[in-house]
Write a protein that binds this ligand. Structure first.
Ligand code: FMN
Length: 440
């Protein structure tokens, strides 16, 4: 069997505790220069796409804005449109939810981005969270989990109608009149469902890709089914070899069950990388980064999310709390909820007792994200191994530094991947769909 190529993408290091803000090399997560540097570095490394996450409401913890990570992020479409002007090949992918938006707007925005970037637009479809996010909007929280996916289905169906509604030849170049439009070739949209009742016309023809590349992030069975039916790629946190293999087999099997070619659904786990000259140095560096990512205050806050109660009186360098968690204690807002906090707290206690870990050490251990740490050659070997072993089709790299966190990877690991024929030596196509090996 032929060797499968590795696909690479770059996650802009934004509002999360992977990003180390205390490092003197850390830059702004708001200023455009940061986005430009990361996008151009990823493009220099011949990555498939740059990826922006989304959060529509500042996270809160114990009733205040959570400020242990840096707070705030600019608007996705504006950033991606600006990046389209300063990059040539790299795909530009944004996370946009289907819960608090409207299909007409989003279809128009992605079609515009696809035109501006000449076929490089990608949409990471999420359903987002709940009433907490919704409170920032006119409608407030209005849909439970299942209905958010039902809305996402309809949302995508309507968006597709908009993208498909201008027939080929609707826009014609005419020597006498410049560019003109043939109204006969612009189809009307009609859609009537539970969540949308839409009648009208798309504001512009679809971009060069026809539809933007569709990604999905969401791990529930409903989320996986949605991705298996519709997505060109999935973003997942199932990142270890074994977990990745299980997830990969599940997603490819689901795609097959919907009559799709499983190769047309690409699996991208998040990955972090620590490069050094020796394995021992890389382990030291990784440990140092983990301690920067999880300060004492962050460790307490993360434990509070599980315990559902105020643990500020505990010493992060001391043992775990002796009190029990509150099963429904919503101390944190705007984050993914833990399904069974009581069971999780029990597991944390067992782990801490077995290895005599402090609160901070435990949180570092259970949230550890240094997936690839070692020499550049070791990292290249490992990434290739994961792809050849059907754990994934590639990686969305989440650097710990803004905006220079990918420089070393592109300088040191990419050439090694190229040497072993695991990664492209140049972009073969111009569109994101082509980079992903999904046709023109
Ligand atoms: C790897 C991953 C990344 C995600 N990134 C975002 C994001 O940037 N913004 C967002 O609103 N939701 C994000 N989500 C959550 C989605 O909103 C998801 O649609 C929601 O959690 C409901 O999906 P689920 O219950 O199927 O996981 C992410 C989920 C996963 C698994």
């Amino acid at each position: 069997m032929s060797r499968r190529p590795i696909h690479l993408a770059a996650h802009f290091p934004g509002v999360n505790n992977t990003t180390v803000w205390a490092d003197p090399d850390a830059g702004s997560q708001i200023e455009f220069d940061s986005f430009v540097h990361l996008a151009r570095t990823a493009e220099r490394g011949l990555f498939d796409f740059l990826f922006l996450a989304e959060g529509l409401r500042l996270r809160e913890h114990r009733g205040r804005i959570y400020d242990l990570d840096v707070v705030g992020r600019p608007d996705t479409f504006t950033v991606l449109a600006a990046l389209a002007a300063v990059t040539d090949r790299i795909g530009l992918t944004g996370t946009i939810n289907t819960t608090f938006n409207e299909p007409f707007e989003v279809a128009r925005q992605f079609a515009t981005l696809d035109h501006l970037s000449r076929g490089r637009a990608g949409w990471n479809i999420v359903t987002s969270s709940d009433a907490f996010t919704g409170a920032n909007f006119r409608r407030g929280g209005f849909l439970d989990h299942g209905d958010r996916y039902a809305r996402a289905e309809e949302f995508l169906a309507v968006a597709r109608k908009f993208w498909d509604s201008w027939a080929p030849g609707a826009v014609r170049a005419d020597v006498d009149h410049g560019v003109y439009v043939d109204p006969e070739r612009i189809g009307s949209i009609e859609y009537s469902g539970t969540h949308f009742d839409v009648r009208g016309f798309a504001a512009l023809p679809a971009g060069p890709q026809g539809h933007p590349v569709l990604l999905q992030a969401g791990d529930s069975p409903t989320g996986r089914a949605f991705a298996a039916r519709h997505a060109d790629a999935v973003f997942t946190l199932h990142a270890s070899l074994q977990e990745g293999q299980r997830y990969y087999a599940d997603m490819k099997g689901r795609a097959r069950s919907y009559g799709r070619d499983p190769h047309r659904l690409k699996v991208f786990p998040a990955a972090t990388v620590v490069i050094a000259d020796t394995a021992a140095e890389a382990q030291d560096k990784a440990w140092h980064i983990r301690r920067q990512q999880v300060s004492g205050a962050t460790a307490i806050a993360m434990l509070e999310q599980v315990w559902g109660r105020d643990l500020s009186g505990y010493d992060p360098d001391g043992p775990l709390p002796d009190v029990d968690p509150v099963a429904d204690g919503a101390i944190s807002q705007g984050r993914v909820r833990h399904a069974d906090p009581v069971a999780l707290a029990r597991r944390y206690r067992e782990l801490a007792e077995a290895d005599n870990l402090s609160i901070r050490e435990l949180v570092i251990a259970v949230t550890s994200r240094q997936q690839f740490a070692g020499t550049a050659a070791h990292i290249a070997d490992e990434m290739d191994r994961y792809v050849q072993a059907d754990a994934c089709d590639g990686f969305i790299l989440v650097p710990h530094l803004t905006p220079r966190g990918l420089d070393e990877f592109v300088d040191r690991v990419v050439p090694l991947l190229q040497e072993r024929g695991a990664f492209r030596a140049e972009y073969a196509g111009t569109t994101l769909r082509e980079h992903l090996g999904l046709g023109a």
